[in-house]
Every structure is written in C-alpha cells, then in structure tokens.
Design a protein around this ligand. Structure first.
Ligand code: HEM
Length: 219
C-alpha cells in the first residue's frame, strides 16, 4: 500500500497573493462593468454611484498591482513549487513530459493524470499567460488612469502604452482582457475541483492551508 505524507507546498505569500488576486479581480470586474456600462448608457449615470465605483476600482487596482509584483518577486525567492521554473515547463525535460501526460489526460486519451506535487505542466504554462494578462490590465489601466493627471509621474511612466493604441483602443483592450480573465477563473475552479477528485491530494484545501497529501518521497 502506497504511503502518504503531508507536504507543505504553498507558502503563505503564495496563498495571500492568490486570495488578494481573487478578491481584486472580482471587485475590479464588478466596478469595471459598472464604469463601462454607465458611460455607454443613453441616460446619465448617477454621479454618486459612479464616483464610488471609480474610487473603489482605483484603490483595488493599486492592491492588485502590489499583489502581482509581490508574486513575481516570490517566483525568484520562494520554494520550488512557487519558482518561475514551474511557469515555463517546456524549458525542462521533466516539465515537457508532464505537460504531454497532462494534455493526454485532459483530452481523454489517458484515464489518470501524471503525479505531481505542485502545479502540473499545463497549469504552470497557463498561469504564465494569466500573469501576462494581469500585466496588460495593469499597463492599460494605469495608462488610462494617468490621463487624470497629464504631465504627472504616472503619465510619464505609462506614456509608452499609447504606442499600442488610442485611448479607446486601450479601453477596449482593458475590457476584452477582463472577459478572458473571467473565462479563465471559471475554468480554473472547474479544473481544481476535477484534480481534487481525481488526485485525492487535497488541492482545494491546500490553497487555504498550504498542505497537500502526496505519495511519500514524491516530487
Ligand atoms: C483584473 C483587473 C481589472 C479589471 C477586470 C478591470 C476592469 C475594468 C473595466 C471593465 C473597465 C471599463 C472599461 C470601459 O468600458 O471603459 C475599467 C475601467 C478602468 N480601469 Fe480597470 N480593470 C482592472 C484593473 C485595473 C487597473 C490595475 C487599473 C490601474 C489603475 C485600472 C484602471 C482603470 C481606469 C482608469 C478605467 C477607466 C475609468 C474611467 O474611465 O472612469 N483597472 N476597468
């Protein structure tokens, strides 16, 4: 009978960033949809509600940005499960093998997923793109925000973003990427649930407590 050990996988900064990002994306999406909607509606939106929505959007935007920067830092100083290496699995032999086996499982060619303690190869690669989308949201968001203070610090730092599009182009990008992030979140919860059931390693509770149950000695 296979021996099971309890392993500390997700350190506290990883878990805090995860939940700050979750809450931020939820609040930024709700307030963002209101901001976009109010402006496109034929009637005048309530200035009072709009003011609050924009204020909350900007405060949470700063929290989200700090959280994303913190996670990038932790990818270089955290444990091996948090390392930047897990986000580029194709660069390593083991990672490529794991990606292939996970892909075969996801596409119903294999009945069981490959064993792995941290992120599987497919998940790690997907999170790299999710972080790229976070950076798109941060850059387009701050470039738009900087317009409120022309010539200020933020407008100097984020002026380069306008090379990629006009004001309306950036707004559209900001909005479309939000829907990509919402689609990712739905898929993310589904696959976490699936893996929890299939692998029986407590992956869902691990994002609260940090511990997973894994076969003894497995890496
Ligand atoms: C996942 C993160 C985010 C989501 C889902 C989100 C969503 C949205 C949406 C849907 C809009 C309305 C777009 C429109 O129709 O014009 C919006 C507007 C805006 N967002 Fe974000 N946003 C996020 C992050 C950020 C960040 C990091 C900033 C940085 C400050 C930011 C700043 C702004 C600004 C300045 C506007 C325009 C507000 C206005 O015109 O009054 N957003 N956001």
């Amino acid at each position: 009978m296979e021996k099971i050990e309890v392993r500390y996988v997700w350190e506290w900064p990883v878990r805090i960033v995860h939940w700050v990002n979750f809450l931020s994306i939820l609040i930024l999406s709700v307030t963002g949809i209101y901001i976009g909607w109010g402006k496109t509606l034929a009637h005048n939106p309530s200035q009072y509600i709009m003011g609050w929505m924009r204020f909350v959007h900007f405060v949470v935007a700063f929290a989200f940005t700090i959280s994303v920067i913190a996670r990038i830092y932790w990818a270089f100083v955290g444990n091996k499960y948090a390392s930047w290496r897990v986000f580029t699995p194709w660069a390593f032999k083991e990672g490529r093998k794991n990606m292939k086996e996970t892909f075969l499982f996801y596409t119903f060619f294999k009945p069981t997923p490959p064993h792995c303690v941290g992120h599987n190869g497919m998940a790690g690669a997907a999170y790299l793109w999710v972080f790229a989308l976070y950076l798109v949201m941060i850059c387009t968001g701050f470039a738009l925000y900087a317009q409120y203070a022309p010539g200020g610090f933020l407008s100097t730092v984020f002026s380069w973003v306008y090379v990629f599009g006009s004001n309306q182009g950036l707004r559209l990008t900001h909005k479309i990427v939000m829907w990509f992030l919402i689609a990712f979140a739905i898929h993310h919860v589904y696959s976490a649930w699936l893996m929890d059931v299939k692998e029986k390693n407590g992956v869902i509770s691990s994002i609260f407590g940090g511990y997973k149950t894994v076969p003894e000695g497995e890496d």
